[in-house]
Design a protein around this ligand. Structure first.
Ligand code: UFG
Length: 318
């Protein structure tokens, strides 16, 4: 299939681009390089540097049969202090992309949504029918795009899938996390192991969890890529499907730090800090819907394996 990947120079977009190419698709990557890296775009894909707001001429030229949309701002903390960036890029930018698709006659899309659309969960594991009450602008902006997709499916026969990611981690095709401002647990812990950071601050150990630290659902980026390939052809015109994507098992911050110690052989010093604003105690996905609808099955559920892939890729890059 001829596909356009918006945000294909970022961590997840570049891994999915590599998976699409390996599956025989013809891929054009559109990315403004505001947070992505040109050298992360897999060779074999055509690269166009442009923002979502300027995507119309690119789609008119490429005439894709489907779009995979990863391009977004994704820092929860930043979204609280600079909300305009999130409404502009994530919401207005996505609207511009949908309009560009409509003008180019493309009506199939897979969108990167997030667990942050649910906010503080009333029940864990979180199912897709859980209430969506985002507690930050990032989650609210992604939820707005989910609503756009429902209306474009109804009004314009779009075939759409929103994949609500939990904590994406690991590396594949030599591509891993590389953020200028790093806020995520696993890459930060690996920076400590690599000696580029002295210690990791654990944000709170007084949560109502067995060891007092927050529990998250870490999903390997390869498993996430598999889900995108399945989602690409799944919906019929007029259908907007929503799927949660996690591996269904929660790991605490403490367990992640222990896994990093085990994989790297480094002591990874820890400083216990205050809770980080807006962190729910526990976020674990029920991915039953995508398993039963699309036959998706995560293959890399072992935490140490996820950490090892991230570590080896980061080491090679260093
Ligand atoms: N954490 C620390 N120390 C750090 C970094 C993180 O203790 O230096 C803790 C956090 O408090 C949290 C856990 O590690 O409990 C995971 O934090 P991340 O920042 O790695 O990930 P989040 O769960 O906050 O965020 C992820 C995605 C977001 C998405 C969110 C959904 O990165 O994009 O899940 O809730 F919005």
């Amino acid at each position: 299939m001829r596909v356009l990947v918006a945000g294909g120079a970022g961590y997840i977009g570049s891994v999915v681009t590599a998976a699409l190419l390996a599956d025989g698709h013809e891929v054009t990557v559109l990315d403004d390089l505001s947070t992505g890296h040109a050298d992360a775009v897999p060779s074999g894909a055509t690269f166009v540097q442009a923002s979502l707001h300027d995507s119309a001429p690119v789609l008119a030229d490429v005439r894709p049969e489907a779009v995979l949309h990863f391009a977004a701002k994704s820092l929860v903390g930043e979204s609280q202090v600079k909300p305009e960036i999130y409404w502009d890029t994530n919401v207005a930018g996505s609207l511009a992309l949908l309009e560009a698709m409509r003008a180019a006659g493309c009506r199939r899309i897979v969108f990167s949504s997030t667990a942050a659309t649910y906010g503080e969960p009333a029940q864990v594991p979180i199912r897709e029918d859980a209430p969506t009450r985002p507690t930050n602008t990032y989650g609210a902006s992604k939820l707005a795009v989910d609503a756009m997709l429902t209306s474009y499916a109804t009004a314009y026969d779009f075939a759409a899938v929103s994949l609500r990611y939990f904590n994406v981690a690991g590396a594949a095709h030599g591509l891993g996390e590389r953020h200028t401002t790093e806020t995520h647990l696993i890459p930060i812990a690996l920076q400590v192991a690599a000696g580029t950071r002295e210690a990791i601050t654990v944000y709170g150990e007084d949560y109502p969890t067995p060891d007092g630290t927050c529990i998250r659902d870490y999903i390997h980026v390869s498993d996430l890529a598999d889900a995108h390939l399945l989602a690409l052809t799944a919906p019929a015109p007029g259908e907007h499907r929503v799927y949660n994507l996690g591996n269904g098992t929660g790991f605490s911050v403490q367990e992640v730090v222990d896994a990093v110690r085990e994989v790297t052989g480094h002591s990874v010093p820890v400083v216990v800090g205050q809770r980080r604003a807006g962190d729910p105690a526990q976020l674990v996905a029920s991915s039953e819907r995508i398993r039963s609808d699309l036959g998706w099955e995560p293959r890399h559920t072992d935490l140490a394996g996820i950490v090892r892939d991230a570590w080896e890729t980061a080491q090679k890059r260093a």
